[in-house]
Ligand binder design. Structure first.
Ligand code: C2O
Ligand code: CU
Ligand code: CU
Length: 494
């Protein structure tokens, strides 16, 4: 397979120094890194510097990466509803990048999509009026055909929005004490410790999946938590891997928020599926003081079927199994002997859960996600994985695919024939109302901005910010290799 370190001019600069000569150990168990938090209320310097860095994923080798502030990935940006946030992004790299605020309800002119690229040497200083529910969001580069490698090497970070009118809801909320961000990714390394990346052949078809699980930039880390209730804000920041999380001891935990806001009440779960781009906040009860590992089931999503993709040797590349079900370790938790958490019981309902959309849709749009060229086309077609389309159209920066009106409720029906795709829409949040022809209770999904589409999925959606044709919004598959190969479209809101 054609495995490349990076695209174009950046290849040489990111490759590891010449032959170190042995494989470096990918060891887990280091303490969970806690990204620095930058408050966008004006009290902290808010310049993000996109550049190259080296990062110690492995013992005995350092890995060349990209990041938004001198390391791998970027700081956590924190903003309050009602504020104007003024992040600045300086691009010190030799190629264009962007900073898309994934999940933010901001106009197309500051959304950070592919039309808003930041040329090398330039600084972008958008004003973001924060007006949406408290939740866990993120930001990442979004350059046409380069989003996959740029995010893979590290151009991504998390963003938290708080709502002063709906403070806390009785949930654990001290950052790094009983409230932890977890950006979960899979990353692969060559024998020199350099990151592997490929978007061709089977890797393009399934999306790039590989074998080491990294949380906040550390391989299978260990978090020390207090005795009591602990909130985990989980972001699937992987390029393509879908996780089915569970605790090794099968314990029940509670989901309290989805992509774009709190659920009306904590929802008990033993497993949690998160596709790329999705977030969930969960509360886990550690009052039994027992250590436990967080596991995930393997991802077999593929247009060729799971078995075929293993045989083709592409992204069948799975993390080491810890049991006969091929589940693998994501990270582990150890309970402090001395610290007791501030929250010992879960509220029955969650104050501040967002209102759901009401009103009859005035328009219906149908979008069909398609992996083209069949299996052979995809495998032989090189780079792009054979071409990916939405309703027969492949992403073209010069084409506006849809036009929407501000304030109107619409029904979007998204379908996929061959595999599941995490479908994402910019500029707003939506409600899932029907899956596979069956009505669902939108409250169980909460407000979303990514939905994994396997069966025909209907969402109710309304846009409240504008996007003109110079800086339109995007909708796309959040498997980044699919997005880069064309499974994306542009729309305006007037
Ligand atoms: Cu998270 Cu259009 O992206
Ligand atoms: Cu987005
Ligand atoms: Cu896809």
């Amino acid at each position: 397979m054609n495995r490349r370190s990076f695209l174009g001019t950046s290849v040489a600069m990111l490759a590891a120094p010449a032959a170190v000569g042995r494989a470096h150990a990918a060891e887990g168990g280091r303490p969970l890194p806690l990204p620095q938090v930058i408050d966008l209320d004006g009290s902290d310097a808010s310049e993000l510097v996109a550049g190259r860095a080296s990062h110690d994923f492995l013992s005995g080798a350092s890995t060349q990466v990209l990041g938004f502030d001198g390391g791998y990935m970027g700081p956590i940006l924190r903003a309050k509803r009602g504020q104007t946030a003024r992040p600045k992004v300086r691009n010190t790299l030799s190629f264009p990048i962007s900073s898309h605020w994934h999940g933010l309800h901001v106009p197309g002119s500051v959304d950070g999509g592919p039309q808003l690229f930041i040329p090398p040497g330039e600084t972008w200083a958008p004003e973001l009026e924060i007006d949406q529910p408290a939740a866990t969001y993120w930001y990442h580069s979004h350059i046409h055909r380069q989003t996959g490698p740029q995010v893979y090497y590290g151009l991504a970070g998390m963003m938290l929005i708080d709502d002063p009118d709906a403070p806390g809801a009785g949930l654990p909320s001290s950052y790094g004490t009983d409230d932890f961000p977890l950006a979960v990714q899979d990353r692969g390394f060559d024998q020199n410790g350099a990151l592997n990346y490929s978007s061709s052949g089977p890797d393009g078809m399934t999306g790039f999946r590989t074998d080491q699980i990294v949380v906040n930039g550390a391989i299978r880390p260990l978090a020390e938590v207090p005795k009591g209730m602990v909130r985990l804000r989980i972001l699937n920041a992987s390029n393509a891997r879908i996780y089915d999380f569970k605790f090794e001891d099968g314990r029940t935990f509670h989901q309290v928020a989805s992509d774009a806001g709190l659920l009306p009440a904590p929802a008990p779960r033993q497993t949690l599926q998160l596709a790329p781009g999705e977030r969930a906040e969960v509360v886990v009860d550690f009052s039994d003081a027992k250590p436990v590992r967080l596991l995930s089931a393997p991802d077999t999503n593929s247009p060729m079927g799971g078995i075929m993709s293993f045989m083709m040797g592409g992204s069948g590349n799975q993390p080491a199994a810890v049991n006969r079900r091929d589940e693998f370790e994501v990270m582990s938790f150890e309970v402090s002997a001395t610290k007791t958490g501030a929250v010992q019981s879960l509220p029955a309902t969650l104050a501040g859960a967002p209102r759901l959309l009401t009103g009859e849709p005035v328009r219906k749009r149908r979008l069909d996600l398609s992996v083209h060229g069949g299996m052979m086309g995809g495998m032989m077609g090189g780079g792009g994985g054979g071409g990916m389309t939405i309703s027969g159209q492949s992403m073209d920066l010069n084409v506006i695919n849809q036009e929407a009106q501000i304030g109107q409720t619409e029904l979007w029906e998204i379908t996929s024939a061959s595999m599941a795709h995490p479908f994402h829409i910019h500029g707003t949040s939506f409600q899932v109302v029907n899956v596979g022809g069956k009505a669902v209770d939108p409250a169980t999904f909460g407000l979303k901005d990514v939905v994994l589409v396997r069966e025909p999925t209907q969402v109710l959606i309304q846009f409240n910010k504008k996007a003109d044709k110079r800086t339109p919004y995007m909708y796309h598959c959040h498997i980044l290799e699919h997005e880069d190969a064309g499974m994306m479209g542009q729309f305006t809101v007037a």
